[in-house]
Design a protein around this ligand. Structure first.
Ligand SMILES: [Zn+2]
Length: 200
């Protein structure tokens, strides 16, 4: 087993997974309106400093969707030579454009590094808003995505290609192929049916 993923990883994956399979054959999007974004932030306490009582507006939604589009384009880049998630494989931003947008969003909140070193754990550094800087949700998300992409967890990122699944996930062990056991079961059933069709 690997170490549990860090905060940046959890945030970056969480953002990417707001595009998800709806259980009926198409892709659902949790971030289609400001209320959806407010609900997502509320469901992820600690996501942004001052996240409690956060209410999204149209501008915040647009900025976060922009960061998500950049993140998913770079997730697709990160899983190469594997195939990206089929949810948006046909409409991915070009990589340089995604990098530019991510960096621009991250720059909206200037940060300073803050060291934490407690107990027997390894020291960790995290970015905190610089003094006087306003905390911007899209900036905080973009910074987490940058931390994830530049960190060691990126190498474990995979897209699940079980039938109907569109999830990105972190491989927990070397032979893992699917995001969860139920996906593995569906994939095996589909392969079996495919073989059966070909030999029938
Ligand atoms: Zn899956």
């Amino acid at each position: 087993m690997q170490d549990s993923p860090g905060r940046d990883t959890r945030i970056a994956l969480g953002l990417a997974l707001t595009l998800r399979h709806d259980g009926h054959g198409s892709v659902a999007d949790d971030l289609t309106d400001p209320a959806g974004l407010t609900a997502w932030v509320t469901d992820h306490p600690g996501l942004v400093p001052d996240g409690e009582g956060f209410t999204a507006d149209a501008a915040a939604l647009a900025a976060v969707r922009d960061v998500r589009a950049a993140a998913r384009a770079l997730f697709a880049r990160a899983v190469r030579p594997g195939e990206p998630s089929p949810a948006d494989a046909a409409r991915l931003l070009p990589v340089p454009e995604a990098v530019r947008r991510l960096n621009e969003a991250a720059a909206r909140t200037p940060t300073v590094p803050v060291l934490a070193w407690t107990g027997t754990a390894a020291p960790v550094v995290r970015a905190a808003p610089a003094e006087g800087a306003r905390t911007d949700l899209a900036a905080a998300l973009a910074q987490a995505v940058i931390g994830f992409l530049a960190g060691p967890d990126r190498q474990r990122l995979r897209a699940c290609h079980a039938p109907r699944c569109v999830r990105y996930f972190l491989k927990e062990h070397p032979r893992q192929q699917w995001c969860k056991p139920s996906c593995g079961n569906r994939a095996r059933v589909a392969r079996h049916q495919e073989r059966h069709r070909r030999t029938a």
